[in-house]
Write a protein that binds this ligand. Sequence first.
Ligand code: GLO
Ligand code: MG
Length: 381
Amino acid sequence: MSDFVPTREDRFAFGLWTIMNRGADPFGGPTREPIDPLEAISELGRRGVWAIEMHVEDLIPVGSSAAARDRLIREARRRLDEYGMACVNVGANVFSHPVFRDGALTSHDAKVRALAMQRYMEAIDVGVELGCTLCDLWWGRDGCECDAARSPLEAFKRLREGLNYLQHYIDRRGYAGYRLAIEPKPNEPRGDAYLPTVGHALGLIAMLDRPDNCGLVPELAHARMAGLNAFHEVALALDAGRLFGLHLNAQKPLRFDQDLRFGAEDLKESFFVVRLIEDAGWTGARTFDAHPYRTADREEVWDFVTGCMRSYLILREKVKRFNADAEIQGLLRELHEPDDGPLPDPQTLAGMHFDWDELARRRLHHERLDQLTQELLLGIR
Ligand code: GLO
Ligand code: MG
């Protein structure tokens, strides 16, 4: 059995913000010293991580001089190259500063909307310099508590306009291959966020000027916060050909955004997500977007990093066993047979006779199948 040590081929990534997270929550300030973004890149590189994601502000604080900006980009690039790493998403932090307290792209204030757009443009420019080809938009503050203040019709229109504007920017600058993505989330920090799920986002994407160039970055915790099956959410994005990224973490359902270490909760659902993307041969980054516990100190942040990757590798090993397990595969074969291919033409179909009772008597094996899956995950198969 493998010793579950990650290599670049495993395509693991971390958001810089996850390493830089200082354990603060709404009820208490930071509990650990900050980790510098450049140091984070090198430490991740030493641990076999393949890529990073970031908000442009994680690396380049707002207000940095042009010289400081260039130096930070150069140094980030040098460290990425040193470890054979990539940068797979640069987004913008348009949620922390009070100027965005009532939204960025959907703000009532045209100047705030323009400022947010400027930040996204900067994210794309810096991304290009780092060899990145994706800008994932998580619009943290684009939502509301007070529905009297803004019609969602206005909000959806502005989100659409914002995405179209960014796409035109990408086209005008000739950034070939650069893509946009929406990261849906149901709530937090807003009471309600616009576009809470993958399905909602797909609906909006279909109305864009260039729907082909905008995809999704689903996050397991966000789906579970909405009480949804995260496996199905990821599958919907994959099926639509729009799985441009993936944020892995763990979460108890219907709670605040816990951003737990991957594998810390919802093991069975996580297993099926790993199986989905591994079996599909999906080549995107397996990005962890979780936070070390508030109780963790600076050193324990690296335990958290190792833990996320080990859990993925262990689940991937379980996927191999699942796919090779004769009993499980036998049940699955039986379940999927007979597969008579496509439906006959409507005239033939209209004349067909069905034995309802016989069809209803067919054994489906769900009890055994689920128990076997459970036993496999519990380590006795
Ligand atoms: C917060 C989101 C956030 C995004 C990030 C992407 O709940 O998951 O971490 O993933 O802003 O750039
Ligand atoms: Mg995320």
